[in-house]
Design a protein around this ligand. Structure first.
Ligand SMILES: Cc1cc2nc3c(=O)[nH]c(=O)nc-3n(C[C@H](O)[C@H](O)[C@H](O)COP(=O)(O)O)c2cc1C
Length: 426
């Protein structure tokens, strides 16, 4: 390997050298650095339905476009002659030092990207020392994901279902398997109107995908006891195929599942429990009581909600519009960030996701007051292309890009990154 380039303080240069030296042997990166090409290559590796589910957003997907446009409106003002030969990209979150200001966002149904699903993504995150946020809609029970991570940092993202007992059980399991924070997602009290999925008439959960946390949960299993299966209706070829897919996705032997009413009953119970349109601040208070772990609210877009979160003893906020999957026409998360940061005025960390596609986006989010960002779709695409190694490559590219952006803008650490580094263009 190219010597003389320190792996920690010169990460970006080292990654460039790695890639260009491989080029001398005629090898191009299997996981493209260009986010557009990354998505295209992942599409080739996924089923039509899987790609639609991951890539799609709500309605006309204008929120997804706004997320990108929001980042583009902020421009970095580089400064020079500042000796940037040694750089430090590390940050601290809830007492845990992290090599970079990134986490992997909670993403459900990763089995649609790759058969290694959450375990593959978690391994990539663990190797990079980047916290992995385990999703409530994961394809693998949280205990198995945690077991694959050793001591590496992980958090748990909670969808507060219609059952308080189930929510409590999820939190207890997350605590038991070493999660270091609980992230309550606020914005998915119902599923958004997602045109790509609607027009394919495809929802993974009905086919038993993405419900592993539920079917492995003692409280869910208690409620499942005696629950009615969904009516099978008049069978046709497609219905039989769907039953087969459900039987395959459900834990246990496919043959036994085909003969048993349980998988259909579980899918139905999940569909009954999943949404909680009644979610309100009392539920936040319930959760605050239920755990001693740091509690974050994900999906905050208004400063008043941030203030109220402080009143409820919340420890952190994730500014997010769920990657544009919930409200079409919502504001960009980067545009919501400054007011939330001001409302919180340094009392708790503010994180951000939605539309983060490269080092410049990370820089801009930090400059506007975020402590760290969550990487979303790009790591799913890395997973789809090359499993856990693909996730690791995506993280490495983010780290290199951020490190170079930091230095080339005249900064040597994240403390140097503030609003004075940006201007807003028309
Ligand atoms: C396929 C998919 C599934 C997701 N599942 C969850 C989830 O289970 N829980 C959650 O809080 N957010 C979920 N999200 C939202 C992400 O955590 C994150 O907010 C979003 O991906 C950020 O947008 P970006 O990917 O465009 O950067 C999901 C996003 C995608 C694309």
């Amino acid at each position: 390997m190219a010597s003389g380039i320190d792996a920690q303080t010169q990460y970006g240069r080292r990654r460039q050298a790695e890639i260009y030296l491989e080029g001398l042997r005629g090898r191009r990166p299997r996981v493209p650095a260009d986010p557009v090409e990354l998505e295209r290559r992942a599409q080739d590796a996924m089923s039509r339905e899987g790609f639609a589910y991951i890539a799609g957003g709500a309605g006309l997907e204008s929120t997804m476009a706004a997320n990108r446009a929001g980042f583009e409106r902020w421009r970095i003002v580089p400064r020079f002659l500042a000796d940037v030969s040694e750089r430090d990209t590390s940050v601290e979150l809830f007492g845990r030092p992290l090599p970079t200001p990134f986490l992997l966002a909670p993403i459900g149904v990763l089995e649609m990207a790759h058969r290694d699903a959450d375990v593959g993504a978690a391994r990539g995150a663990a190797e990079a020392g980047v916290p992995f946020v385990i999703s409530s809609q994961a394809s693998t029970p949280m205990e198995q994901i945690a077991a694959a991570m050793g001591d590496a940092p992980r958090w748990y993202q909670l969808y507060f279902s219609s059952s308080n007992e189930l929510a409590r059980s999820f939190v207890e399991r997350a605590e038991a398997c070493g999660c270091e924070a609980i992230v309550l997602t606020l914005d998915t009290t119902m599923l958004g109107w997602r045109l790509r999925d609607l027009d394919l008439a495809f929802l993974p959960f009905i086919l038993g995908k993405g419900i592993a946390q539920y079917v492995s949960d003692p409280e869910f299993r208690r409620q499942l006891d005696g629950a009615e299966p969904a009516p099978a209706g008049r069978p046709n070829l497609a219905a039989i195929r769907s039953l087969y897919r459900l039987a395959r996705a459900y834990p246990g032997s496919t043959w036994r599942n085909l003969l048993s009413p349980e998988p259909r009953a579980a899918a139905r119970l999940f569909m009954d429990l999943f949404p909680r349109p009644s979610l309100d601040w009392d539920d936040v208070a319930f959760l605050r009581e239920a755990t001693r772990l740091p509690l974050l609210l994900k999906g905050v877009l208004h400063p008043d909600d941030a203030r109220r979160a402080l009143d409820h003893g919340v420890d952190g906020i994730v500014v997010s519009n769920h990657g544009g999957r919930q409200v079409d026409g919502a504001l960009a998360s980067i545009d919501a960030l400054p007011a939330v940061v001001e409302a919180v005025s340094g009392r708790i960390p503010v994180l951000l996701d939605s539309g983060v596609r490269g080092g410049a986006d990370v820089f801009k989010a930090l400059a506007l007051g975020a402590r760290a960002v969550l990487i979303g779709r790009p790591y799913c695409y890395g997973l789809a292309i090359a499993g856990s190694g693909g996730v690791l490559d995506v993280i490495r590219n983010f780290r290199a890009d951020f490190d170079l952006t930091l230095g080339l803008s005249g900064c040597v650490s994240v403390e140097d990154v503030g609003p004075q580094r940006l201007v807003r263009s028309a």
